[in-house]
Design a protein around this ligand. Structure first.
Ligand SMILES: NC(=O)c1ccc[n+]([C@@H]2O[C@H](COP(=O)([O-])OP(=O)(O)OC[C@H]3O[C@@H](n4cnc5c(N)ncnc54)[C@H](OP(=O)(O)O)[C@@H]3O)[C@@H](O)[C@H]2O)c1
Length: 266
């Protein structure tokens, strides 16, 4: 008799949409989801990134090629945000056809951050700072349930960040992102039994960092060297938080912080 596989098979055959899955943390979630036997769809705004991510995954998981799809979606424009999100969900699920409904949606999309002084932050900057990271998840929460299999086996996993848990000078321009904690709890109630959870990563070196000046990247590496875990976070570790949030059917309305102990530091 083969051994039972009660735990390893929890994501096998599941349909997972990863919005922001073409690089960084989302890409690692895509890799892990494939390793656990899921069917994945990656969504992000740049066709070049979609094709690069697809080819990396096909190379790393040649036997899983038929389980990978990609779709372009731009979530940075407030005027088209809701329509683009629903068009994505319609396309991926063949207009909510029962056989194509989603089991999990992981949202890791994030554009360039408006790191600047409070004095240089105006209303438009602050509003734009929330379009992809906060208003996208809010509108996703509004529409997602009708595209998802009903029940606690299904979940939405959103992404915040340590800057919303511990004040960092220069981040007020995207403080709206801190609202994800309230949104996650509300969605867990309003969309039950579909679950909703939030992952809050600390500093993880990804493509996102390429937008930061070299000195700022180096300063972050040095600061991370002082963390209890002794260095910058790795996507393959942070991805575990998303896997756990998807796999624990008893988990909803919570935040998982994975930050190397950053909140313990002065
Ligand atoms: N890395 C860190 O140190 C860190 C720390 C705390 C929190 N976080 C948060 O974690 C999330 C993921 O970060 P990451 O480091 O993995 O970033 P990343 O490597 O830059 O990945 C961001 C993803 O979002 C997509 N994206 C960007 N703009 C988009 C748009 N307008 N519409 C749709 N998709 C868009 C990107 O693809 P396209 O460019 O093709 O659109 C990419 O797939 C972000 O919300 C970030 O703020 C990261």
């Amino acid at each position: 008799m083969p051994d039972q596989q009660k735990y390893t098979n929890k994501l096998s055959g599941k349909n997972i949409l990863i919005i922001g899955g073409t690089s960084g943390i989302g890409f690692a979630v895509a890799e892990a989801s494939l390793e656990f036997g899921a069917h994945i769809t990656l969504a992000s705004s740049r066709p070049s990134r979609l094709s690069h991510a697809l080819s990396r995954l096909q190379t790393a998981y040649p036997s899983a090629s038929s389980r990978i799809s990609t779709h372009a979606v731009d979530l940075a424009n407030e005027k088209t945000l809701e329509a683009n999100l629903t068009a994505l969900l319609d396309t991926v699920t063949h207009h909510a056809a029962p056989a194509h409904k989603l089991d999990h949606i992981v949202y890791t999309a994030g554009d360039t951050l408006p790191h600047q002084s409070l004095a240089a932050t105006d209303f438009d900057v602050a509003k734009q700072g929330g379009v992809v990271r906060f208003f996208g998840p809010l509108l996703l929460g509004k529409h997602a349930p009708r595209y998802m299999n009903a029940g606690p086996a299904s979940s939405v996993v959103l992404t915040m960040g340590v800057a919303a848990e511990k004040p960092i000078v220069g981040t007020s321009g995207f403080a709206v992102v801190g609202g994800l904690q309230m949104l996650t709890r509300n969605l867990a109630l309003e969309n039950a039994p579909v679950r909703c959870n939030l992952v809050s990563p600390g500093a993880v070196e990804t493509e996102l960092w390429e937008d930061f000046p070299t000195e700022a990247q180096e300063a972050m590496r040095v600061a991370c060297g002082r963390l209890p875990t002794g260095g910058v976070g790795r996507v393959e570790d942070v991805a575990e938080a998303y896997l756990y949030a998807m796999r624990d059917e008893f988990l909803t309305g919570t935040m998982i912080s994975t930050n190397g102990g950053a909140l313990l530091m002065g």
